[in-house]
Design a protein around this ligand. Structure first.
Ligand SMILES: [Zn+2]
Length: 311
């Protein structure tokens, strides 16, 4: 979880509320640096997480309710205006000091850490690459994730069928503003890495790979990066570091720039029922070919006969 201290990795820790989250960025919004001295003038949008994405352990959970209760009971402040309140509260309420002092360090609030919690269910879904064409009826039930075409390139999600997709992961992948990514070519999930001073709009896709789903805690499938590196090195294609550039190198064959190589999809011709006219045309063509074959056979026989006579 040391990634939460790295301003480039879009996972944040709020010491005041003891909450770990994945950033949610609007197009054009720069992540900014969230250091030890938080910027109170700014409210950030986040996707709070329940599990450590690297160890799979359930997190202790946020102290939002406890914070509000402490502020209300001890200072009689009931209005929930985030900016006004800070001027009236002591400094301990701006860091983790308030909950450590009140002995809340061992207080678990994460519903996922409790016995009666129900894991988010697995759902089916597909990330469809953005095109100008609207989804056709035959494509359903397919999930159109991030189907908005006029996106800045930094917000595009590569198309594919993520092997792990619980309800929560599905909604996160369904929202282009959630800074979590799925790489179909290496079967990796990861937290986006961004230059904190710039908006994600024109930043390349870079991730820090994760091994557990941050919302349901299930183990994510093994990364295929070592296997892809081996395969690509035989074909003289380079493979880059996901933290430097996660996208496939230019001119990489489409097979290796998608899920095709590891899913081993078979390309099947589309079969459909022929119309009556097409059927008649087919039969006509077959009869014509049969006649042609007959003529050819006869001609070959005649030629053979003539050659025999000549000898
Ligand atoms: Zn999950």
């Amino acid at each position: 979880m040391d990634a939460a201290a790295d301003p480039r990795v879009q996972i944040v820790y709020s010491a005041r509320f003891r909450a770990f989250s994945i950033r949610h960025l609007e197009p054009g919004e720069a992540p900014g640096t969230i250091g030890p001295r938080p910027d109170f003038r700014r409210i950030i949008q986040v996707w709070q997480i329940e599990f450590c994405p690297w160890t799979g352990e359930a997190l202790p959970g946020d102290l939002n309710d406890e914070y509000r209760r402490a502020v209300e009971q001890e200072y009689g402040i009931e209005d929930w205006s985030p900016f006004e309140r800070y001027r009236r509260l002591p400094a301990e309420f701006l860091s983790d000091a308030w909950w450590r002092k009140r002995g809340l360090a061992t207080h678990i609030t994460n519903p996922a850490a409790k016995a009666r919690w129900r894991r988010p269910q697995i759902v089916r879904g597909k990330i469809v690459e953005t095109t100008l064409a609207t989804p056709v009826y035959e494509d359903w039930p397919k999930w159109w994730i991030g189907s908005y075409v006029f996106l800045p390139p930094g917000y595009r999600r590569p198309g594919g069928t993520p092997p792990h997709m619980c309800e929560r992961m599905h909604s996160a992948l369904g929202d282009i503003r959630a800074m979590i990514s799925y790489l179909p070519w290496t079967r990796e999930y990861g937290i986006r890495i961004l230059n904190p001073r710039r908006a994600a709009d024109y930043q390349r896709l870079r991730i820090r790979p994760i091994s557990f789903c941050p919302w349901c805690g299930r183990k994510l499938p093994e990364s295929l990066r070592p296997k892809l590196r081996e395969t690509l090195s035989q074909r003289d294609y380079p493979i880059s570091d996901p933290e430097v550039d996660a996208s496939p190198a230019l001119y990489t064959a489409y097979e290796y720039a998608s899920e095709l190589w590891w899913r081993k999809y078979k390309m099947r011709p589309i079969r459909r029922k022929l119309t009556k006219a097409e059927k008649r045309a087919d039969e006509r063509f077959a009869r014509k070919m049969a006649r042609q074959r007959k003529r050819d056979l006869a001609a070959a026989k005649k030629a053979a006969h003539a050659a025999k006579a000549a000898r």
